[in-house]
Write a protein that binds this ligand. Sequence first.
Ligand SMILES: Cc1cc2nc3c(=O)[nH]c(=O)nc-3n(C[C@H](O)[C@H](O)[C@H](O)COP(=O)(O)OP(=O)(O)OC[C@H]3O[C@@H](n4cnc5c(N)ncnc54)[C@H](O)[C@@H]3O)c2cc1C
Length: 307
Amino acid sequence: MSATLSLPEHLDVRQREPLARHSTFGVGGPADLWVDVHAVDDLVAVLDAAEAAGTPRTVVGHGTNLLVADAGIEGLVLANSCVGLTFDPAGGLAQVESGHTMARLARQAAAGGHAGLGFAIGVPGTVGGAVFGNAGAWGSDIAAVLESAQVWYPDGVRRLGPDDLAFAYRHSALQNDPETPVVLTAALRIEPGDPAELEAQLQTFARRRLDTQPRGQNAGSFFKNPSGDYAGRLIESAGLKGCARGGAFVSPLHANFISNDGTATAADVLSLARHVQTIVQQRHGIRLEPEVRLLGRWETAAWELTA
Ligand SMILES: Cc1cc2nc3c(=O)[nH]c(=O)nc-3n(C[C@H](O)[C@H](O)[C@H](O)COP(=O)(O)OP(=O)(O)OC[C@H]3O[C@@H](n4cnc5c(N)ncnc54)[C@H](O)[C@@H]3O)c2cc1C
């Protein structure tokens, strides 16, 4: 890491911050440097400073879709806590900063009588993480509501529309971009709605979630659903429910959830995920692609999971 990295003085910068604390999997080693950022101007300033110093940088939201290596993450990790939100009913838009929580956005929209964002109640994490992965639930996703996003690039901030972001199922163009752009804000479409009806819809969604998804330490669906099928069905029918490696196990409630019993390492999770991928390919001839993002200092062989 370069010694010339210079960050705004008012920011709380920590060395060797354990990332297991910041990931719902509860695994992963430390960030060399960690900074929690609460204002979009600071987010831009820190990203510019890291770029100028040649310091590797990684933006995370709430760590709900991450598998961080036991050896941690090199360079600077920025935790995005930029949570500004304005509803503009006349313009039909919610203007939201990328560190805002999706579920909170759904509740605030419902309370204000703004329809269209109810699906966000089922998506843990931040708006930025949701744009990055085109997160969705209940038949909708970010692609269905995004008007535009302000995105940081090393050469400046750009306003991108859905076509630029090339959304597909749990995919955006940001995922393959070598410049590792960062979502700063998003403009999401809203429509007028009845607050009581919208609130009732959120409660229905939330109840269904509780009945069908395991609690505890996990990162949601580990693999993407292959076209025309469900990863959970393929994993279950390959006899893998309950299969374990160290402290990581395939959930008996939902086979596409890998969970941590509280003692797992990131290596345990990876080893189990690779076993599941191999067995499903042998039994069904389908190679499952991870939805969870691997971050940090993984050995080269680990990336075969994503190949
Ligand atoms: C119990 C559970 C249930 C889940 N259910 C669903 C579901 O129904 N549907 C669904 O789609 N997902 C689901 N997920 C996965 C997760 O909620 C989504 O992937 C979410 O969008 C991740 O957001 P995050 O802020 O936690 O991102 P993180 O996990 O912190 O990061 C994920 C990736 O996004 C990148 N990223 C984060 N913020 C930004 C930004 N501002 N700009 C650019 N890149 C960024 C990170 O670098 C990383 O590569 C579930 C997860 C859990 C734990």
